[in-house]
Design a protein around this ligand. Structure first.
Ligand code: NAP
Length: 277
């Protein structure tokens, strides 16, 4: 019988994870199937219990359950505990163990697209939501020494910096202050939702002062080229969209579930095909 994996969220039909994982199960000859489970907020406790009863071997967690799922799991790995959010659950014997592969997926994609050694690169994160926090902690755990965070609501940036369990030299900035200081960063990461759906064509900050040669990442993957990335390219920056982060959080989850490294390039092709090329 096939092993069962999946993703829980609400909504969940937009997720491209079923396509990424089912393709790899098939190509690698693994007898497993990955299914999207729509679970409403109010049903989360019974939903997790149900996943255990029917023998699910592992699952991803997406909006709105990444934080709420924590008390419902048996164990939480230390990085996920620090981040305060879980996006991957692994069944170990009869326990559900929570991990966070979002931030590490981002770091892995960054290292593949830019450079392995990030330690001395001064970085700016734009945004202070859940994704920003996972990326901030994961970059610090990868040894990056200087990371500032700017956000529309500066209090949220301060809170993330204050809650960091890692040694860091970090400042919380307003969006306006970050625009003025943009020339000081060799790595700029856009993590707000500005640029997708109703805000397509908009950018959270101006990149006028960006240094040519900086590396600029936008974790939005649909559209594949946001107004922010177009601005960065015009300033001579090397750019990256959110497909790499999406794929590599999935690669890390797949490894945890099966002990096998899937083909990241093939997974990226599936994502791009479903986004319309
Ligand atoms: P979140 O927790 O809701 O955070 C949203 C962030 O966007 C906050 O910093 C918020 O600022 C900012 N923002 C929203 N509207 C704004 C506006 N009009 N002007 C300025 N700032 C605004 O969301 P999240 O989970 O971190 O996700 C953020 C984005 O990352 C989404 O687009 C999501 O699709 C993407 N994402 C991509 C991946 C991937 O694998 N590539 C993974 C996770 C998330 P305030 O604090 O001031 O409200």
């Amino acid at each position: 019988m096939k092993k069962l994996y999946g993703i829980i969220g609400d909504p969940v039909s937009q997720s491209l994870s079923p396509q990424m994982h089912n393709q790899e199960f098939e190509k690698l000859g693994i007898a497993a199937y990955y299914h999207p489970f729509r679970i409403a907020k109010k049903d989360l406790p019974s939903g997790i219990e149900g996943m255990k009863v029917i023998g699910v071997q592992g699952f991803n967690v997406t909006v709105p359950h990444k934080v709420a799922v924590i008390p419902l799991l048996d164990e939480i790995d230390p990085l996920a505990q620090k981040i305060g959010a879980v996006n991957t659950v692994v069944r170990q014997d009869d326990k559900f163990v929570g991990h966070n592969t979002d931030g590490l997926g981002f770091v892995r994609a960054l290292q593949m697209d830019w450079k392995e050694d990030l330690a001395d690169e001064p970085a700016l994160i734009i945004g202070a939501g859940g994704a920003a926090q996972a990326i901030y902690f994961s970059l610090l755990s990868a040894g990056v020494k200087h990371i500032d965070i700017c956000n529309r609501t500066i209090e949220k940036a301060k809170k993330i910096i204050k809650s960091s369990p890692y040694e860091a030299s970090s400042r919380a900035l307003t969006l306006e202050a970050a625009e003025k200081e943009m020339g000081n960063y060799s790595l700029v990461i856009q993590t707000t939702s500005i640029g997708m759906a109703s805000t397509e064509g908009k950018s959270p900050v101006s990149l006028d002062k960006l240094t040519a040669g900086a590396f600029v990442s936008d974790i939005i993957y649909n559209p594949g080229r946001t107004a922010f990335l177009k601005q960065a390219a015009r300033k001579g920056a090397k750019t990256q969209n959110g497909v790499g982060m999406l794929v590599h959080q999935g690669v890390l989850a797949f490894e945890k579930w099966t002990g096998i490294t899937p083909d990241a390039g093939r997974m990226a092709e599936v994502v791009k095909a479903h986004m319309g090329g």
